[in-house]
Design a binder for this molecule. Structure first.
Ligand code: SAM
Length: 289
């Protein structure tokens, strides 16, 4: 007798009542179509949705045809508000969402989740969109090791110190950024890491999505001419080992006697397998010496 084929998932399972506890639900970062089926199901089935802004989450709920009650929550809420939410989650399922993407990732939720776990309340996650990961996957930068560091400090000195501290880490660095602050951050990066490849991923999943890579000074040139709008993920490629830069100097010098900076960088990149952008930046330096 042949074994019967495995049963397909029970479609009614999506409407089974949820256990009490917190459900951390990731939501789209721009394109509402990115909401997951499980997210919609959970948002529909919980008794309450704790959210950053009821107007923002209200739009998503309307799109998903969900009418669950919402309550505003952020990490500035008093501990009494958190205690009340934790008390509800002991008895009923409660969803936690932020305005966009994965809650707790540069978004509210940390205190609530920590205190809920300490109180023995069940916490589970419904994963989905996250701008940091979406940006990294688009950038083409090395992704075997990456370090997400949230927003860079606003003040110049603190921003520089943070970049210096993180710059030694052998990983791609990921930051959240805003249009008005992008140029100042790129200027700090150009000063400290002229030879590293930088990527700017903007308006991910939206109509004007773009991902632009180059040296920080090339990106400064571009964004000075085209002031950046919308939401941004800023990424810096890992440090280039200094011996690689020195080793390629002779090849670049030779190539520069016969061709333009861009062609020389391309030729040496092909010959060595090193990053073309880094070689381009180095070729510019050699030429100006
Ligand atoms: N929790 C969210 C997540 O999982 O991505 C991030 C929230 S944080 C308050 C908002 C920042 O995320 C924005 O300032 C921007 O840097 C980044 N971001 C959010 N949506 C984005 C998008 N569609 N494209 C690029 N960056 C985005």
């Amino acid at each position: 007798m042949s074994t019967p084929p495995p049963e397909s998932p029970d479609p009614s399972s999506v409407t089974k009542p949820l256990d009490p506890g917190f459900y951390i639900v990731a939501t789209p970062i721009g394109n509402l179509g990115d909401v997951t089926m499980r997210a919609v199901d959970v948002l529909r089935s919980v008794s309450l949705i704790a959210c950053e802004d009821t107007r923002v989450t209200g739009k998503l709920l309307k799109y998903c045809q969900v009418s669950t009650r919402m309550q505003r929550y952020d990490d500035h809420a008093s501990s009494a508000v958190r205690e009340r939410l934790i008390d509800i989650a002991r008895r009923e399922p409660v969803a936690l969402v932020s305005d966009a993407g994965t809650p707790l990732v540069s978004d509210p939720g940390y205190r609530l989740v920590r205190e809920a776990r300490e109180a023995g309340v069940c916490v589970t996650t419904i994963p989905g969109p996250c701008a940091a990961i979406a940006g990294l996957t688009l950038s083409g930068l090395p992704n075997d090791r990456f370090l997400f560091a949230g927003f860079l400090p606003v003040k110049e000195k603190a921003r520089k110190e943070t970049l210096e501290e993180l710059g030694a880490v052998e990983a791609t660095l990921i930051f959240y950024e805003t249009g008005p602050r992008l140029l100042r951050s790129l200027e700090a990066i150009a000063e400290l890491y002229a030879t590293r490849e930088v990527s700017v991923a903007r308006e991910l999943t939206k109509m004007h999505e773009e991902c632009r890579s180059g040296s920080a000074s090339e990106l400064i040139e571009h964004y000075t001419a085209h002031p950046p709008k919308g939401e941004i993920v800023l990424m810096i490629g890992p440090p280039v080992p200094s011996d690689e830069i020195v080793d390629c100097d002779a090849l670049l010098q030779e190539a520069l006697t016969e061709m333009s900076v861009s062609k020389a960088a391309g030729k040496v990149a092909k010959a060595t397998g090193l990053d073309r952008q880094t070689l381009y930046t180095r070729a510019v330096e050699i030429k100006s010496q």
